[in-house]
Structures are given as structure tokens and as C-alpha cells.
Design a protein around this ligand. Structure first.
Ligand code: HEM
Length: 153
């Protein structure tokens, strides 16, 4: 049974596949394919999250990350994410599933050489999941690094 805390976000549960693009003022833009999974163990108030990406042209593995999403009945949510680069994030935010939006802002970014802040906005609409990841570094203000759009398998 889906835990009542998870129920509002149950549209997210499942496997999603799609493509994204990455950019930032200090790097060359790139395109990637992505597979993302949200799973839930019965009666646990938590969603497990995992994501893998590949270079769209070469098929070579790129970034991956995984973590846990903990929605609260009051519409707030906390998320922890460990990235394949070694960086860790504690994200806090809100969800509004009538609008199909989850907004997250980093409360803590750890083990990072230059990343100071990360925001993530996810939108679910008509079986499509899209997101924007923004980051601020020691040299650059908060701005988009990733944009992707995925369909549920
Ligand atoms: C570059 C962070 C997700 C691929 C970077 C840089 C940072 C960074 C700090 C260096 C920017 C600079 O030198 O000024 C992050 C964070 C992510 C994330 C915090 C998630 C929240 C991803 C994902 C991919 C990716 C999902 C691949 C699909 C790249 C690539 C570069 C890069 C290819 C350029 C590397 C280079 O030119 O040396 N990222 N990244 N990143 N990122 Fe990400």
C-alpha cells in the first residue's frame, strides 16, 4: 500500500526515459539521454530516487545520482541526493501536485569543489516529467545547468 505521505506524489512513481541538454557559461553545451526511477516500499513514507545519464552521441555513461524524497503531509518535502561525482545535497522545498510541481532548493551542498547552491524544479504534466537544475558556483551566479524532459515507460 502506498503510504499516505507518498500518495500525493504517486504520479511520479515508475521509470521515466528521455533526453536533456546541459550548459553553463564556463562549459561547452552537451546533450544526454536519461533514465530515472522513483520507487516506493509499501507503507514507508519515502520515495527512492535514482538517475543515470549517457552521452547522447556516443552512448558513454555520464553523471548518475540517487537518493530519497521525503514528502510531508503539509506540502513540504526534503530530499537527499548523492552524486557520482562525490557531491552530496540536502534539498528542502515544496510540492503542489494540483499544479504538478516540486520545487527544491539546497540547504546543504557537501564535498563540492565549486558548487555553492543547487535548485531543482520538476513538473509532471500529461505523463511527461520535465525538470530544470540550476547551480551557483564560486565564479558564477545561480543559473541553469540542465534541462530535460522524460516520458513514463
Ligand atoms: C560541468 C555540477 C549534473 C555533465 C559541471 C561543473 C559543475 C557541475 C560544477 C563545472 C562548471 C565549471 O567548471 O564552471 C553539476 C551538478 C549537477 C550536475 C551540481 C547536478 C545537480 C550533471 C549531469 C551531467 C553533467 C546530469 C550529464 C548528463 C557535465 C559536463 C560538464 C559539467 C559534461 C562539463 C565538464 C567539462 O567541460 O569539463 N557540472 N553537474 N552534469 N557537467 Fe555537471
Amino acid at each position: 500500500m502506498v503510504h499516505p505521505a507518498v500518495k500525493p506524489l504517486s504520479d511520479l512513481l515508475g521509470t521515466w526515459k528521455g533526453e536533456g541538454e546541459g550548459f553553463f557559461p564556463t562549459i561547452s553545451s552537451f546533450n544526454y539521454s536519461e533514465e530515472l526511477q522513483f520507487t516506493h516500499s509499501p507503507n514507508k513514507p519515502v520515495i527512492a530516487y535514482s538517475q543515470k545519464t549517457w552521452n547522447l552521441k556516443s552512448g558513454q555513461p555520464m553523471h548518475s545520482e540517487s537518493g530519497y524524497w521525503r514528502p510531508k503531509p503539509d506540502g513540504t518535502i526534503e530530499v537527499v541526493i548523492a552524486q557520482s561525482t562525490g557531491l552530496v545535497e540536502v534539498q528542502k522545498g515544496t510540492y503542489d501536485m494540483k499544479e504538478g510541481v516540486v520545487k527544491l532548493k539546497s540547504e546543504l551542498v557537501g564535498n563540492a569543489s565549486k558548487v555553492k547552491e543547487i535548485t531543482r524544479v520538476f513538473k509532471v504534466e500529461n505523463c511527461e516529467l520535465s525538470y530544470v537544475v540550476e547551480m551557483a558556483t564560486s565564479l558564477t551566479d545561480l543559473q541553469p545547468h540542465l534541462r530535460a524532459s522524460l516520458k513514463k515507460l
